[in-house]
Design a protein around this ligand. Structure first.
Ligand SMILES: Nc1ncnc2c1ncn2[C@@H]1O[C@H](COP(=O)(O)OP(=O)(O)OP(=O)(O)O)[C@@H](O)[C@H]1O
Ligand SMILES: [Mg+2]
Length: 392
């Protein structure tokens, strides 16, 4: 599984800590830990995982910043140190930076400066293979035809609307991949060509093999005929995803429905989150529960598995409560039933967010992507509002 960026905060002022935690919480794929009693200098928390970033304050009435920096730099030589300070005296800033600090953040902290400083560290850590740059999100239907392809394709399109994101969509539903139909894109080069040239496969080869869609996303299609699928093995999938994660900020994968085959296992292992798509019918929920158990059996941690419910209709035979009780899991997101929007999008070969952006499912998927990008901002909202507009 890709490791998240770990940020350790050693700051005395609890209000400043809180503010920083809020700002960092807006950045995806990041974990925080708080250090007390100069723990950083003692290195005593290193067993909890070495942080990628250590944020310390610069107190005028406490120990000198230079005395604190030296042991921290010695105990955590690979971590980037950020200093938060109200002191804007240029000579002081220069001296602190010279002491090996990566970022000097003047209070009140500017969100953009903090974000780009964090992303720069992520990039450096990714380039030395310490951490992955991109997040892999995979989608698998618990039973055939529940909407994994519709959701994966439109999620990737919604992600590509953010100009700061480079997004890839892989159709890894190898036997019957139809993601290209939804994009009206039929590439000459598919996953089977990549595998045939496996000996030459590196980042630039993969980049050249991807096909650009008008939405901005880059697409890798499933093989053109089912016979070509046999050559694709788990190790190929794993290597392709390793490379993709280095090139792209977000990688979306449409998986073969229901199956725990060799390729899907590699996809699950590489995924930040595996979205298991179900609807509110009894057979789909049964299968969903079965697939969750199978995933756990093969060692996928349940924190990486999220259930999303598609084609939600209020007042159906089963309530959301029934679904969640049966699965013993809270649904991460609810996608509305939007027959008109989906049919029009498929017929036109235009993803919802490209040519049908006013449709309910298009708006919902845009919000789903917002939640993925900034988990804190949704505050419990899961895509559909209940009575009186409350989040359900
Ligand atoms: N939210 C939705 N509202 C209305 N119809 C939907 C919705 N999601 C999916 N559908 C319908 O369900 C059909 C199947 O969806 P999709 O192809 O995405 O499922 P799948 O899980 O990828 O299927 P497969 O197992 O064949 O790969 C679509 O053609 C579309 O008509
Ligand atoms: Mg599909």
């Amino acid at each position: 599984m890709p490791r998240k960026l770990l940020v350790a905060i050693e700051i005395a002022d609890s209000r400043l800590v809180h503010m920083l935690q809020e700002k960092l919480g807006e950045i995806p794929n990041l974990e925080m830990t708080q250090w007390f009693d100069s723990a950083g200098g003692k290195g005593s928390l290193a067993d909890k995982g070495s942080p990628d970033i250590i944020v310390i304050d610069d107190l005028t009435d406490g120990p000198s910043i230079f005395n604190r920096l030296a042991p921290i730099r010695q105990k955590f030589p690979h971590a980037a140190v950020f200093v938060v300070s109200g002191n804007q005296f240029p000579q002081h800033i220069v001296e602190v930076m010279k002491a090996g600090v990566s970022e000097y953040l003047v209070t009140p902290i500017n969100d953009k400066i903090l974000q780009s400083a964090v992303e720069e560290v992520r990039l450096q850590r990714a380039s030395v293979g310490e951490i992955s740059r991109g997040s892999i999100y995979s989608f698998i239907s618990s039973k055939g035809g529940l909407g994994s392809t519709v959701i994966a394709v439109n999620t990737a399109c919604a992600m590509a609307r953010y100009k700061d994101s480079r997004v890839a969509l892989f159709d890894m539903s190898f036997q019957s991949g139809d993601a290209g139909v939804l994009l009206d894109l039929y590439p000459q080069t598919t996953m089977s060509d990549v595998v045939r040239n496996y000996h030459r496969l590196d980042s630039s080869f993969l980049l050249a093999a991807m096909t650009k869609h008008s939405s901005g996303l880059e697409f890798m299609a499933a093989p053109n005929s089912p016979e070509e699928c046999d050559i694709i093995k788990g190790e190929h999938v794993s290597h392709v995803l390793d490379l993709a994660r280095k090139i792209y900020d977000q990688v979306v994968i449409d998986c073969t429905s229901m199956s725990i085959n060799e390729s899907n296992i590699e996809i699950f292992n590489a995924s930040e989150v595996i979205f298991l798509v179900t609807d509110m019918s009894v057979p789909a929920i049964r299968n969903c529960s079965r697939v969750i158990k199978l995933m756990q059996k093969i060692g996928i941690d349940k924190t990486h598995i999220e259930v999303v419910v598609n084609r939600v209709i209020k007042g159906g035979a089963l309530s959301l409560n029934d679904v969640e009780k049966n699965l013993d899991k809270t649904a991460y997101w609810l996608f509305p039933n939007d027959f008109k929007g989906v049919v029009s999008s498929i017929n036109k070969g235009e993803p919802l967010l490209v040519g049908n952006s006013g449709m309910p499912l298009a708006k919902n998927i845009a919000q789903f992507v917002e939640k993925l990008k900034s988990p804190e901002s949704s505050r419990g909202f899961r895509g559909i509002r209940g009575t009186f507009g409350r989040a359900i």
